[in-house]
Each structure stands twice: as structure tokens, then as C-alpha cells.
Ligand binder design. Structure first.
Ligand code: 2P0
Length: 513
């Protein structure tokens, strides 16, 4: 199977007639904690081993693609038109060839990227992921992130991990056609985790990672030992993420990066990315660790280091590395995820600021119900909560069972389950019904401008409902007709999102509204 067959297989039954004037997509860059180093199939970018990364939040590439009115492709990066003969443009155009519906289809590709290109900061990962996402919008393919991950891999292996925030495992797969070699997001979050980018040299490297990788596989006498080392490190990384054991995570990531560079040093000719600054920074980190600071690094195919540490050590690390760029890959508890109207992540913002500036952000509303059978008729009752009077808005109003905002990298489902437990002490299996966008302005000057995911679950009738007193004042069960009536008769007693969210629930349960 070649790249073209692979694309045709993934896009089967999808039209290549343009549906939109332009498609736009943001993809975050990702840093591997367990590296991808070596391919078992160079045509399809199928890796020898699985790898595991963490995405960099708002750092990445935003690409817009439209059909070009000129007789050639036009590619611009951060506003500068690229020479179509440059290696960068040639590679990109070869990738675009896989998607043109005839040879005279030309694209205008505009990319804004907020990390240095080709300096070992995974610009190809976010770059190719953003292109796939933009094509998906342009052609209206409606692909899942998993399908886009398969396509992104064909552009650059590490792009398969750039369709999600948070931790992502690129599963190597075993199939010859690569259809099982794609990114899978992990459910775990780690709000305190910080990545620090220490950039000594932002110049484009002279040896591409693609060449270095291939040379290592073909010439290093030690490459045969890599799969076992990688498998052991991946196990440590997965366990560390599950336990939130930072020392285990940092040790495994650092050791994995050093092993990858050790392999490169044994290639022929050797691939050397470290520079004097790189080695000096490593020495400094090891010294600091001896003195008790919990600080680790990882290094990719470039001279720059990415530091790993926890939020509690942020001020210390900033003092020690004044030029550092800090990334909070999971935001923090007090940040919300900014999205566009299609629920594409475009960044994060402090929760209060997002509500002051009415910025569209991701939210969710959970409805827990129970069935009541009276006189042979099934009725539905919904568990409502009254918000604590001190909440930053809508204090004292009645609303659905619980609502909140997912953290960056946290799935809506995982966030909903977390919050249901925190607020009502309930564990309920939930279904996602869809989302809607609404805006409401409050008297205190704050606004809700939310893309609200609605989730529904049935109460088992057994678990005790224990209210979290800092969040919830009271709760009650209300039958659906009574609630519909009350929402019309006394809207001022309810939060503004309850009515539109409840509409999705009524549809799902086929209740007349
Ligand atoms: C990684 N790197 O896992 C590893 C560690 C660099 C060091 O993936 O040939 O640009 O396009 O599949 O994805 C860089 O390699 O290589 C990379 P191709 P890619 O992040």
C-alpha cells in the first residue's frame, strides 16, 4: 500500500468537491516523553515502537486552506510567502498531491505558527496536523480525530499525536496497511505539570529528523536494543501518569531522550544535535536535582531542551532559566478552554477573564434522571441542584444536576464524571447528547458565552446523594412536565442554560415539549 491508497481508503465514500470557501484548523505541537525513533515502513511512516507525548496547549499551528485562483500553490508561513522549491514547500506539496481531485487543483495555504520551525520543537507535527484539519473543513469530510490522525501520520509521523490536547499515545499497530497505527488520547490529566522550553538555537537544523532517524535505524549497531528500552520506558510513563508520580515520569522521559541521542551518536556518520549550551544545561539540571529540585529534561532532534517540572517549582525554575517559555499542558483548574463554534480548541484563558470578556469556551451540563412508573405510564424525574449563593454568577438559582468546564486535555466525559462526583458524590454512566452555543449577560458584569455539551445518565436509585456544601445549596427531583412549566412560568429562578440544555434531553428521551 502506498500513501495515495492509504488516503483513498481513509476517505472512501467522501467527496473531494470543495464544500466551504476555506477550511481552518489549529493543531497543538506535541513533545514526546517516550520517543518515536525508527520506522518499520518509511512510505507510510509506520513506527517500530509506540510513543507517548504531551501536547503544548496554545503553542502550535493554525492553518487556513482555500483553492488558489493562481496557477500554482501558494504557501505562506507567518505572512511570508515560501519559495516553492524549498525542501519545506516540496514536502508539503507532495503531501497536498494526495488530496487534489485533479492535477490543476491548487491550494492557498496560510499557516501561522508560534514556535520556531525545524528546531526540534515538533513544528512538522502541528504543521501537518493543522493541514489535515483544514482540508477536513474545506471538503466537509467530517472526519474523527482518529481518522485525521491516520492522515496526519502520512505527512509526518509525530503529527498523528497532534489532534488532541493532553497525553496522547501513538500506538504502533501491527497491520501492514497502518490502519491501526494512530494516536489515542489518554484520559488522565495532570494540572500541575509544566513544560519549559529552553531555546538556545532557533535556527533550522541542518540534519532533518527524518534523515537522522533513518540513518540511526540503518547504521547504529545498537538500534536492535531500542524496542525493549522503549517498551520499558513506555510502561514507566503510563504508570507514572496514572499515579501522578512525577519523579517516575521525569526519570523515564529523560532516560528515554538520552538513550535516543546515544543511539544517534553511534550512527554512521554520527548524528549530533547537542551543542555546548545543551550539555551545559544538562549539567546544571543534574546539579540542581542533587540539590533537591525536582527538574528533568527531554530533548528531540535539535539542540534545545524541554524541561519537566511541577507548578510548585515554577518561580524557582524561571529564576534559574530566565529565557524559558512555560507551557501548562493541562491549563490549571482556574482556566477554561477557548473554542470556536465547531468546538475546535483555540487556547485557554483564566476562568474569570473569559467570563468578563464573554469569550466562547467549552462547558458541560449533566442531567441525572430516574424513571417513575405510575398507572402504567413512565415519567421522568430530573435531579436539580440549587447553586451556592456565593458562586461567581447565578448564585442561588436552580439548574441541572451539575455543570462545569473541562480542563485542557480532559475529555468532556471525564470532566463530567469528575464534577458529578465532586459536587453530588454520584457515579453515573453518562451519554453525550450534543452541544449548543449560548450567551447570557449577568447583572454583575460577567457573561456566559459557552459551547455547552449536554450529558445524560440514569440514577441507580441506590447511591446516596451527598451535596458538596461549597458548591450546592440544595437539590430536588422534579418531574419533566413540572420542570417545563416552571421554566416558562418562572425563568428568573433558573440558570439561562437550563432551558436550551433541557431541550436536548427531552429530544433524547422522546418526551413531548
Ligand atoms: C518524537 N521526533 O517522537 C521524535 C523524537 C523527534 C525526536 O517524531 O519522518 O518529523 O516526518 O515521520 O515526525 C520527529 O520526526 O518524522 C519526531 P517523520 P517526524 O517526537
Amino acid at each position: 500500500m502506498n500513501k495515495k491508497n492509504s488516503v483513498d481508503f481513509i476517505l472512501k465514500n467522501r467527496s473531494t468537491a470543495v464544500q466551504q470557501e476555506r477550511g481552518t484548523f489549529f493543531a497543538p505541537s506535541n513533545i514526546a516523553l517516550g520517543k518515536y525513533w525508527g520506522k518499520r515502513n518509511t512510505e507510510l511512516n509506520l513506527p517500530v515502537t509506540s510513543s507517548l507525548s504531551v501536547s503544548l496547549g496554545g503553542l502550535g499551528a493554525k492553518t487556513t486552506i482555500s483553492l488558489s485562483t493562481k496557477n500554482s500553490d501558494q504557501i505562506s508561513v507567518n505572512g511570508a510567502l515560501m519559495d516553492l522549491k524549498s525542501v519545506f514547500a516540496v514536502n508539503l506539496r507532495n503531501f497536498l498531491d494526495l488530496f487534489r481531485n485533479n492535477p490543476t487543483t491548487y491550494y492557498q495555504v496560510e499557516t501561522e505558527i508560534n514556535i520556531p520551525i525545524g528546531a526540534g520543537l515538533a513544528s512538522s507535527a502541528c504543521g501537518y496536523a493543522a493541514i489535515v484539519g483544514a482540508l477536513n473543513q474545506l471538503y466537509g469530510w467530517d472526519l474523527s480525530c482518529a481518522q485525521m490522525s491516520l492522515l496526519g501520520r502520512l505527512g509526518s509521523g509525530s503529527a498523528s499525536r497532534s489532534f488532541w490536547q493532553g497525553f496522547v499515545e501513538w500506538q504502533a499497530g501491527v497491520a501492514e496497511d497502518g490502519m491501526d497505527s494512530l494516536g489515542v488520547p489518554l484520559l488522565e490529566t495532570w494540572p500541575e505539570l509544566r513544560i519549559g522550553l529552553v531555546i538556545f538555537n532557533a535556527q533550522q537544523k541542518s540534519l532533518s529528523s527524518r534523515s537522522a532517524m533513518q540513518r540511526t535505524v540503518l547504521t547504529s549497531p545498537f538500534y536492535a536494543s531500542w524496542p525493549a528500552k522503549q517498551a520499558a520506558d513506555m510502561n514507566c510513563l503510563r504508570a507514572a501518569i496514572q499515579k501522578r508520580d512525577f519523579v517516575e515520569l521525569g526519570s523515564a522521559a529523560e532516560s528515554n531522550a538520552l538513550a535516543m541521542h546515544a543511539l544517534m551518536l553511534t550512527a554512521s556518520p554520527p548524528c549530533v544535535y547537542s551543542e555546548p549550551h545543551t550539555l551545559a544545561a544538562m549539567q546544571k539540571i543534574w546539579q540542581l536535582r542533587q540539590e533537591g529540585l525536582s527538574l528533568y529534561f527531554t530533548q528531540d532532534a535539535g539542540p534545545n531542551l524541554k524541561l519537566l517540572f511541577l507548578e510548585k517549582d515554577l518561580e524557582m525554575v524561571k529564576k534559574l532559566f530566565p529565557e524559558i517559555i512555560i507551557v501548562a499542558p493541562f491549563g490549571d483548574a482556574e482556566r477554561v478552554v477557548l473554542v470556536d463554534e465547531q468546538d475546535q480548541v483555540i487556547g485557554t484563558e483564566e476562568k474569570l477573564k473569559a467570563h468578563q470578556l464573554a469569550l466562547l469556551h467549552r462547558a458541560f451540563s449533566v442531567f441525572v434522571y430516574r424513571k417513575k412508573i405510575t398507572g402504567g405510564e413512565t415519567k421522568f424525574e430530573f435531579l436539580l441542584q440549587q447553586r451556592h449563593p456565593d458562586k461567581y454568577h447565578c448564585g442561588g438559582l436552580w439548574t441541572n444536576t451539575c455543570c462545569s468546564h473541562p480542563r485542557l486535555g480532559e475529555t468532556v466525559l471525564a470532566a463530567a464524571q469528575r464534577r458529578l462526583k465532586e459536587e453530588m458524590s454520584l457515579e453515573v454512566s453518562l451519554n453525550q447528547l450534543g452541544f449548543f452555543v449560548y450567551q447570557a449577560n449577568f447583572e454583575n458584569g460577567l457573561s456566559e458565552h459557552e459551547l455547552d455539551h449536554v450529558l445524560l445518565g440514569e440514577y441507580d436509585g441506590v447511591q446516596p446523594i451527598v451535596l458538596n456544601p461549597t458548591e450546592v445549596q440544595a437539590s430536588c427531583w422534579v418531574e419533566s412536565e413540572a420542570l417545563q412549566h416552571a421554566l416558562s412560568a418562572h425563568p428568573e429562578r433558573y440558570t439561562p442554560w437550563l432551558k436550551p440544555a433541557f431541550r436536548l434531553v427531552l429530544e433524547e428521551l422522546c418526551i413531548k415539549s
